[in-house]
Design a protein around this ligand. Structure first.
Ligand code: OKP
Ligand code: ZN
Length: 343
């Protein structure tokens, strides 16, 4: 399997407000380095650099004004005299106005963010747009005939929606790839999100559309981030009704019950008969993940890859979460090896 990778992710390593303390993000550069090392160790396949895509190719997944905000945020922040990472500290919740974009950077940060897990640093924009380029390059390789490709994206993307960042995500790499397939003539694309956390951004981007099916397996939002989306009754709206499926699962979920949910999800995938599949590949479902509550083990990820391969469609894997750095390489690459039947 071809991997698309760039070292530009090293430009992004920020701090987050976690447990009431400002600390380095658990979403750190060593994550992608560890996955890359594992790809080389097992000889997964070639590793290519991404092509460059103009930000105009983000439409309609992200709004023009949101993209301009991301691009200019660091300059606006330092222009206001700050030197540490930019983080939002106020949000337009119920009954505050969100119809007027603030001019001040402090207002803009809250306007375009869902939480304080999205630091903007000097190198963030370059890392973020490179991560999108990785997914788009992978999408193009599949459009040209590759059976499967791995986009080793960092930062991740699935919490980012049309107009907001959140949960370490800025641009929604998987959604950009799914839209890319449609732009290249695909009639139907399916996104399956196996990250521990619900892919609220991807769901929201495609919620009213029938041409992109979204399926997510995740920690029940009653007890897991992102708390405010990902319930079972979210089935899509308008033309998209019936094209969104959530599988909220309890804390402590291990492979046996995870496999049942995944098999059900994959039967829905197959019934949809997509031209291509995008997998939002988070491996924070691992038993030792420091911020998640499932109980999958190293070898379970081989089986996960096998089950997804059973759908039998061209498949783009896009890296999302996974914070147990010691195991992220083995677990992510096990999915890819399992998909290829190399287990
Ligand atoms: C990202 B991905 C506030 C943010 C809290 C929540 C976890 C985000 C997970 N500091 N972080 O889905 O793996
Ligand atoms: Zn996650």
């Amino acid at each position: 399997m071809l991997t698309i990778y760039s070292n530009n992710h090293h430009l992004h390593h920020g701090t987050e407000l976690k447990d009431g303390v400002l600390k380095p993000c658990v979403e750190m550069p060593s994550r992608a380095d560890t996955v890359l090392a594992r790809i080389k160790a097992v000889g997964l396949g070639d590793i290519s650099a991404p092509h460059d895509y103009a930000s105009s190719s983000y439409s309609p997944v992200h709004s023009e004004r949101y993209v301009r905000f991301l691009e200019n945020a660091w300059a606006n922040w330092t222009g206001a005299g700050r030197s540490h990472d930019a983080l939002p500290l106020i949000w337009p919740v119920r009954n505050l106005r969100s119809d007027i974009e603030p001019e001040h950077i402090d207002g803009k940060l809250g306007f375009y963010a869902m939480d304080a897990g999205v630091p903007i640093t000097a190198g963030t924009w370059e890392a973020v747009r490179t991560s999108a380029n990785l997914a788009l390059t992978g999408m193009d390789a599949i459009s040209k005939g590759a059976a499967s490709v791995f986009a080793l994206c960092r930062p991740p993307g699935h919490h980012a929606a049309a107009e907001y960042m959140g949960g370490y995500c800025y641009l929604n790499n998987a959604a950009l790839a799914a839209q890319g397939f449609i732009n290249q003539g695909a009639k139907r694309v399916a996104v399956i999100d196996v990250d521990y956390h619900h892919g609220n951004g991807t769901q929201s981007i495609f919620y009213d559309r029938a041409d992109v099916l979204f399926i997510s397996l995740h920690g029940d939002p009653k007890n897991s981030y992102p708390y405010f989306l990902g319930h079972r009754d979210e089935c899509g709206s308008g033309a998209g009704t019936g094209f969104n499926h959530n599988y909220p699962l309890p804390h402590g979920t291990a492979w046996d019950s995870y496999r049942s949910a995944l098999a059900d999800a994959c039967s829905k995938l197959a019934a949809y008969a997509p031209d291509a599949i995008v997998v939002s590949l988070g491996v924070d479902t691992f038993k030792d993940d420091p911020i998640s509550q499932f109980k999958l083990e190293n070898d379970d990820y081989l089986r996960m890859g096998e089950v997804i391969a059973g759908v039998g469609k061209p498949t783009l894997f896009v890296m999302e979460g996974g914070y147990m750095v010691d195991d992220i390489g083995v677990n992510a690459v096990n999915v890819l090896l399992g998909f290829e039947g190399r287990c």
